[in-house]
Design a protein around this ligand. Structure first.
Ligand SMILES: [Zn+2]
Length: 312
């Protein structure tokens, strides 16, 4: 049974949010204004051990509160990467952290003695950018989280689009390089991620120059280094090629870029908007902006989700 209780917690209540990433997990107890009452970070262990560490991190944050604050924590949310089945409360698969079919059930609910919601990290990050960040007030918004991988959310007509087991927005695995594409970790060829993820940008730059540089550094070099400029142009081209079908299908008025690579700012949003404009004939090119929560979108989203009770 889903543990969701789709009612908003009272304004005076506190919430516990846990955001699990591939290398670290972060957690916060916050109030309705977003003020942080306790926070912590742990390294994410590989495999199912990650779930015990999530439990310990939550224990630690709750223990740091005063008794009155502890009593005010009304709900928690735990958000994780990979494929998850929210309805059956199962973390189905994470390639990065290496778990398969981990049953969540009520393990956190019993431990922390409060309702605990479970969701996909990118789903809450994208939902939060749409509802409370750069997309607030709009009905048709696409959020793209650019990082190790590329995925996001889509809101159409004021509703978050969810698939059969809640998984949508796998924009990074739209295949855009059919003839000479690189193999993708997913098994396909020429996916957006093989060109436009942070790791792919770094790899392409090294292949051209023999030099090692991270994606952020390559963005910083774009005006003075022809190789950096070419690699980034190729990444933007792949991203635009992947998103143009989505724009034709759903006509979002806004595309929000979040995640680590969004730190590149206008160096990313302006070329992407131009590349989309060049490709679109029938429908207007959506505006392209940066997310407001930056790298905190997952954690901020988890807190909003714990407070609201559903991704509505
Ligand atoms: Zn792929």
């Amino acid at each position: 049974m889903p543990m969701t209780t789709a009612t908003t917690v009272p304004d005076e209540a506190l919430v516990l949010a846990v955001d699990v990433g591939g290398t670290t997990m972060k957690a916060e107890v916050t109030d309705v204004s977003g003020a942080v009452l306790s926070s912590g970070v742990r390294e994410t262990p590989q495999g199912e051990a990650a779930f015990e560490t999530m439990g310990e991190l939550g224990d630690q944050l709750l223990a740091e509160l005063t008794p009155a604050q502890r009593a005010a924590v009304a709900r928690a949310s735990v958000v994780v990467p990979g494929i998850i089945d929210v309805e059956r409360s199962i973390a189905v698969f994470s390639a990065n952290i290496g778990w398969r079919d981990v049953h969540i059930g009520d393990r956190f609910t019993a431990r922390w003695r409060m309702p605990v919601l479970f969701e996909h990290d990118v789903a809450v990050a994208g939902w939060a950018e749409w509802r409370y960040g750069a997309g607030r007030g709009l009905d048709d918004v696409c959020v793209v989280i650019l990082g190790t991988g590329i995925s996001g959310t889509l809101s159409v007509g004021g509703r978050l689009v969810r698939g059969g087991i809640g998984q949508t927005g796998e924009y990074g695995h739209i295949s855009v390089r059919h003839d000479n594409g690189l193999p993708c970790a997913c098994g396909n060829i020429g996916c957006v991620e093989t060109v436009a993820s942070g790791a792919s940008i770094a790899r392409a730059y090294t292949a051209r120059t023999g030099r090692t540089a991270g994606a952020a550094e390559i963005f910083a070099l774009r005006d003075t280094d022809a190789d950096a400029k070419a690699v980034l142009a190729d990444a933007v081209d792949a991203l635009a090629a992947g998103l143009v079908g989505l724009v034709h299908a759903t006509c979002p008025e806004l595309i929000i870029l979040g995640g680590g690579l969004a730190g590149a700012g206008a160096a990313l949003t302006d070329p992407l908007h131009r590349a989309l404009t060049e490709r679109l004939r029938l429908v207007p090119a959506p505006r392209v902006v940066l997310g407001e929560f930056g790298a905190r979108a997952g954690l901020a989203g988890a807190a909003w989700f714990a407070r609201q009770g559903e991704l509505a």
